[in-house]
Design a protein around this ligand. Sequence first.
Ligand SMILES: Cc1cc2nc3c(=O)[nH]c(=O)nc-3n(C[C@H](O)[C@H](O)[C@H](O)COP(=O)(O)OP(=O)(O)OC[C@H]3O[C@@H](n4cnc5c(N)ncnc54)[C@H](O)[C@@H]3O)c2cc1C
Length: 405
Amino acid sequence: MVKKDVIIIGGGASGIICAIKAKENNPDKTVAILEKQSRIGRKLLSTGNGRCNLFNLDADDVEKYSGSFFNNLSALFKKCSVVKLGEEFSKLGLVTYCDSENRVYPYSNHAGTVLDVLRFRLDELKVEVICDTKVTSIEKKDTFIIKAENKKFSCEKLIISTGSPASPKLGSDNSGINLLEKLGHKIEPLSPALCPLEVKDKAPSIKGVRQKGSVTLFDGDEYIKSESGEIQFTENSLSGICIFNLSAKVKDLKSPIVSLNISPYNENYGQLLHVLKINAQSFKSREIKRFLDGMFINKLGTAILKSSGVNKLSAPISTLKKEDIENICDTIYDWRFKVEKPTNFDKAQVCAGGVNGLEIEPRTMESKKIKDLYICGEAVDIVGDCGGFNLNFAFTSGIIAGESV
Ligand SMILES: Cc1cc2nc3c(=O)[nH]c(=O)nc-3n(C[C@H](O)[C@H](O)[C@H](O)COP(=O)(O)OP(=O)(O)OC[C@H]3O[C@@H](n4cnc5c(N)ncnc54)[C@H](O)[C@@H]3O)c2cc1C
């Protein structure tokens, strides 16, 4: 049995920074990371399309998150604000820049730079990194007894930072969340998030089309959340960052519906209807399939016409009735899709669900159920919007856990 003072299971964003803080605060203690893959930080290297959007200057805005840890976020960010997080990365020697949407990236525009500064610090501090070690069981006696395939470890303080099953091609799975469940933690149902939404019936065959607009998620008639940005139509699904930001909410809804408003006149329905009526007068002899060509690319315009119940596309525009024009206006302004489900973990950046947030003390990230056990990162039931909010939570919760052991 290998004895350590502090063990961190999972060498991802949260586990690495947690190990650094644990060793900085306890230089005389032995600190080790157990990682199932052959190297640490694999997912981190793929973040932000390889550029790593490591946090967001608005990251302390709790409205950017959802999940059962939500009510703990203010206490968490009071302990480690985004300013402190920025200082921690400066201390590691990382130079960053911020874009117009407050997203913070390494100045190198390379996720590898972020992983390098973290790895160099682990080396300097002599944190032991033990790879190819998948933890399969944990027992709490006087100390924690941790079993990996052919190895056994014990430790006084244990941190679980094993992430989530999102993006399994990067080696992710729910083995860590299963370990936490066996230790007695309540697990909120796991569901893909920050991913496209599969839509039922009216799914238009306009794969590849992109259109600016606003999107609103409803549960039946109840308003849930709105976003705006570029909507991407894929095969049987809607995608784009604005859609991703709605996806974490879908698992809790009975009748999820997404409404698209792709009108050039935003909320002004009257102006849209007025322009459509004028165009119907001005271009009477053109074929109906050309009716929306001045507003949208033809493929999208045709899909809108069909979704509005207009099918005789070769007839002249003069044959459109008043109700047809109103229906077309309704579709452009409020195009509704029944949501089947968030696509799948392969296409998801993160996972909604995980350890119930009320079972964790946010000022330390210690489990309220098991003394000396700490949980950080995506294993916790909290999801942030796109734009650096998830790495922000992983790093912040990792720092707090590391400073608390
Ligand atoms: C393609 C992609 C792009 C993304 N881009 C961004 C972005 O730009 N900005 C942003 O904020 N967020 C982004 N995210 C989300 C972000 O990467 C995660 O929220 C974050 O990495 C979570 O950190 P973590 O430490 O909790 O988990 P991870 O980084 O997943 O690390 C968990 C580690 O634990 C290990 N592990 C798991 N189980 C065991 C076990 N049983 N034994 C031993 N080790 C184990 C895993 O191998 C892994 O190395 C992106 C995600 C993806 C998939």
